[in-house]
Ligand binder design. Sequence first.
Ligand SMILES: Nc1ncnc2c1ncn2[C@@H]1O[C@H](COP(=O)(O)OP(=O)(O)O)[C@@H](O)[C@H]1O
Ligand SMILES: [Mg+2]
Length: 601
Amino acid sequence: MNKDKQTHLPFFGIGKILPFVSPYRKKFAIMVIFGLICSGIDIIWPVYNSYALETFVNGQTVKGIWLFLAVYVFTTALSAVLNYISCSYAMQIEVNVNKDMRNKAFRHLQTLSFSFYNQNSVGYIHSRVMSDTSRIGSLVSWTVMDSVWHLSYLAGVVIVMFSVNARLALMVVTILPAIVILFALFQNRLIKINREVRELNSTITSDFNEEITGARTIKSLVIEDKMFRDFEKNTSLMRKTAVRASGIRGAFQATLNIASSLGLAIVLWKGGYLAAEDIGMFSLFMTYAEGMMEPVRWLIDAISDLITTQVNIERYFKILETRSDVEDTHEVIEKYGDTFQPKKENWEQVSGDIEFVDVTFRYPDGDEDVLEHFSLKIPFGMNLAIVGETGAGKSTIANLVCRFFEPTSGKILLDGIDLRERSQLWLHSSIGYVQQTPHLFSGTIRENLLYGDPDASDEKIWEVLRLVSADDVVRKLPKGLETDIGEGGDLLSTGEKQLIAFARAIISDPKILILDEATANIDTVIEQKIQNAIGKIISNRTSIVIAHRLSTVKNADRILVVRNGKIIEQGTHKELIDTKGYYYSLYTKQYEDEATSAVLD
Ligand SMILES: Nc1ncnc2c1ncn2[C@@H]1O[C@H](COP(=O)(O)OP(=O)(O)O)[C@@H](O)[C@H]1O
Ligand SMILES: [Mg+2]
């Protein structure tokens, strides 16, 4: 994973965000305009007040005070209403932009290939989709709204001060650059320490994630204590850093107070004489000198915020701009549609002839070829078995048939046509694939099976469950088909998960069936049942059965023995035994092992 670099160009990337804000531009415009009006009212207020002071206090009269009060009430109400509307629009923009950005990311993630998920951790992707989008969302709503208010307030105050008393205004304004420099120094340290806090926070989160997903392993390795000490080390460090951060923030606040007092002091010192001459103008300057500090502080805050959010923007768009290693060409999408808008009317009927033509393959992050000049023909209806040691390349072959990866050179044909000339969705909807480590979704058994075929009736569900001998398992569950199986199906045993995954794969009656060690975690009794099931379900489709236990593949039409990505032997079980080669030695060894363990049991 690349370490994200910190760029110091705060406005880079804003252009990419615009399309997300654009649908809400009307609300955005109203939010800005109302913000401007509110700040206008806030600027005029002191002027109005000073007028009142002069007229009613200095002038010793109450004539016209009703009008004054009426205007007062009206503008206060107006300001409250406008403020309410722009805040509610800011909130709507925030949540809508969040929603759109998350949906877009989620949708894009569906199109990315396996290698993307191999290279990026769950935690990393999770933060991009959830927290980066939330920071960007608040940037385009609240930060913009507040900036509008503060910037225009500051500008308005300076203009009014200069037009009222330029000499005094100049003196008050001269302290601004000094304050900016002072604040910026603090801000720099705050940015740094905030970054430390965030990094620690993400370390703690990912440690915590691992602790939960690996809870069983941690117990079995008896490393609870070590894990806790590691965790505690980080939380302590986090506490220390957070305390340091709040120290800096406190000092910052104190400096801010001193700075605004400084502004007031200047007004008192240089403009004190006004108190006697022109009480209205004096109070005006006092209010402005104090009120000026908040926007200055806020602007410096906003700029540093913009700098840090820059990283969120970059990371989010990096995900969005990641292209899949396996992509349908423009022509293919034109004809067959994409993942979200398939044009099923143009999909050809699949027969199920598969052919590898001189395929060489290396994983995108691998450093040697897993398959080299690999050629293989699997005619429709064949039940092909692939056996070989762990790491021989069996799952790789299955992944290539599914086009989860594409050959580095050579091609794979389905019904005589290169897989790259058809849409992935078309291919995937013709394949039932039970992976080595099957994944079930949280929800009920029925929901999981319906992922295979949304229209399956209850009869069909039970028929398929019977076929793979999973009916007993489901019947024994407290709520049968309606049993909630927990996150990732973890309330079931691995063998049970495999059976359900098996049922889910065949419920849509796919033309091609791939079982990758689907029986590896199933006891011999159920395995025997599955064995029979395979016998029944492989008719009228092409099937590839990858097996570790050789007894499962005895009846296959053809058995491939793979070693280091090459086919070293092939034939029927009988032929291979007669050859007395590698398969023969594997088989006799497994047979002996199983016989021994049977005796020991
Ligand atoms: N995603 C991957 N990235 C890089 N190398 C991989 C990946 N998956 C598998 N490999 C490597 O490819 C080789 C074949 O793996 P695989 O096809 O899974 O073997 P098998 O299924 O026969 O046990 C192994 O050396 C494995 O380390
Ligand atoms: Mg494998």
